[in-house]
Design a protein around this ligand. Sequence first.
Ligand SMILES: [Zn+2]
Length: 105
Amino acid sequence: MIIFGSRSYLYRLAMITLLCGNCGNPAAHTLRKRVVKFTLFFVPLFPLSTKYSTQCTFCGAEHALPAEQAEQLRAQSLAAQPQPQQGGRGRQPYGQGGDQHPYRN
Ligand SMILES: [Zn+2]
């Protein structure tokens, strides 16, 4: 007997402030990715579908959006946030030799 089915996984990619199309508020939106995976004997094997959506934290309205747009929004939100390695003095990831400097060619 072969047991197969599907299971969905929900990932929270980013928090973005958007003008909600439902309530009209410039509210924080959760950018989410839902992946449905094919499972065989309860083991997830490969994704069947990947869907992106934003959910308004103010009114809860959810809007689907294409992957390209979702990636664009995520990139925007990452660029807007302060970098986590700020002020991390004394922990240089690239030694002092300078040979491995990523911007030197
Ligand atoms: Zn809303």
